[in-house]
Every structure is written in structure tokens, then in C-alpha cells.
Design a protein. Sequence first.
Length: 388
Amino acid sequence: MRIAIDARLSYYVQGGITQYTLNLIRALAAIDRENEYLIFQRRPDQRTVVSQNNFRRVSLWAPTHHPLEQYLFSLELAVQGKIDIIHCTDFIPPFYYRGPSIVTVHDLNFLLYPHFLTRRSARYYGLIDRAVRRADHIIAVSEATKRDIVRLTGTPETKITVIYEAAERIYFPIHDQEVLSQIHAKYCLPEQYILFVGTIQPRKNLATLIRAFRGLIAKYRAQADLVIVGKEGWLYSDVYQLVEDLGLRERVHFLGRVPTADLPHLYNASQMLVLPSYYEGFGLPPLEAMACGVPVIVSNTLALQEVVGDAALRAACEDEEGFTVAMWRLLTDDSLRAEMIAKGLKRVKCFSWERAAQETLRAYRKVAEQRSVGRARLTQYEGNYDHT
């Protein structure tokens, strides 16, 4: 097969979809040396994702999330020759390209929480109904996301395969205190801190976390600070204002986007990860934290429950007191902390990029076979048709 994977988004954003795309490509390279892969990247992006003979970087001009994307992307695809499968990892396929396609749907937050989006993002993701109809097959990153796709777009379940993501191998427990001290020094971090990792945007529900953290200080006199790692997304100014209004400027640290190589150290040096999101399609930070031997608190959204199982504490999305109590318990109850760490390390073994690559490759083969059968039937029909 000749398989194309759209990795153009990696030039712009280093968030969850980019990590999914790059990890999947690397995992496919580790298990497949037979099929030919075209890795579509933005022309200014000179990085090589995989150095392997059957993987070839293809430079495209078409930008992502742009009004001209559909036209330019389809035109550039037309000159690539025969492609058996194009895998669009960022939701939306090129509608003017008629070849077989698979799309990965990471979540449908833009349908459930449209008020959390900018107008430009709403226009782009508003194409989702057309995208799932147009695609030959859909990969959902969780059962929760699959249910949302079926419920909100009317897509048949048989058209969707659930394939889980995984934590990268760079996430593991670090016991070298000198290494952890270096990360403290690099970012001027306090001795104890509670960690949040994710884009600063309304869906991540940072307001509830910040208020819960204020309760942790006011009610329990906790000494730990709050560290927020992640780039500014959209509609984020209220988060900074809330920190000011609650008088937490000295206790809440915004690190912005950090190098990926620093993330395992930041996880390991923290007391816990807290992710209070209103909605997630999957949720990689909890897996990454658990892989580092760090206890986790999440909101009780369906996808996060699916990911963490019984290996994390939970609270309702807007239950400030619930998050406050959960944080205090992990700061003070050593036996509970040890239990959550052990369960987390066991839970992460249920997910692997090798398995994700194997299941994705099966999806490619399934679509290619279906298209081949369809073409054969059409040829047979045309051959039997009586023109007289």
C-alpha cells in the first residue's frame, strides 16, 4: 500500500494532536517496513519525523485551519500519484480529493461546548459532519469519543474503530534527586507543587482548579504551590485575572510551553497532577503522570474515567471542594498516595503505541480492501451492462 499521513499541524502546534501524529508515525515505522508512507509536512518545516527508506517526507504549501486549505491541499494531493489511503489525523479530510481516507476524531468538544471556541476554530471544526460522512473510516481515540460521534453526527458504529493513545517511553519514574533539583532550579519552582499540564483554554476548567487551590491554602494551610504548564490557547485572559483577584500571584506559576524533554522531570518533581477538564476526548497528561509514578486527580468526565480506571482520584467538574479535599488527601495520606502510584504504574501498561500502530495498520488494510472490492464490483457491473 501507498499510505499518506497528514502531519502538517506539527509545524504550528505541539499539542495533543501533533503528539498523536508524530508518535503514531514513529510506531508505524517500528513495525512496518513493507508499505510506502508519504509524510505530508509544511514546506517550511524541515524536520524529518522518521529516517527510514519506506517513509518519505513530502513538502506541501497548503496551510492548516485556513480558508484556502481545502482547495490547496486537494490540488497538491492530485500530483502525488496513486495513494491507497490518506490518514488525516486532524479531523478534516480534503473534500475535493476523491481517494480513500481515514480521519482521526480526537473529541467533539466543539459541538458540545461551542462557546469555548473562537469564531475561526468554530468555522473549521464545523466541517465535522461533512468530514465523517466523507471519510471511508474513522478512528476514535476512546469509547467516549466514539459514542459522541455516533450520537452527535449519526455515524454508524461500524464505521468507527477505537484506538487508544499511549504515553511515550520518555515518561518513567526518576529517583535521582540531583536531576529533580535541577528542574526546580531551572524553573524557580517551590519544593512542593501541584501540577497542571494542558493548553490554557476554557475547556480545561482551570478556574475550578485555581479556586480549589485557593481553598487548599485557606482551609488547610497547604504549603504546596500550583504550577501550570502549557501554551495559551484562546479565551485565556480570565485565568490570569482570577489568579490576581484571589491574591494568588505568588503561589501560582505559569511556565508556558516547555521543551518536551523537561516534561518528565516536571511530572516527577511534582506532588500530583490535577486535570479538571469539562471534556476530553482521551487525556494524555494523566497517563504521562502515572507513567512517572505521580498520583493523579481528574474530573469525572467519561473519557478521563476510561483512561485512568481506578488509578486516580476524581471529582465533579465544578466541585471545588471535592478537588480541594482530593489534593489535601494526596498531600497528607502516604498510604493513599502509595496506592494511587502503584495503580497508576499498572494502568499505563494497558496502553502502548505499538498496539496503536498495529490497530491503525489493520484499519488501513480494511479500507484498502473495501475500496478494492468496490472497484471490482463496479467493473463487473459495467462489464455486464447491456448497452443495446
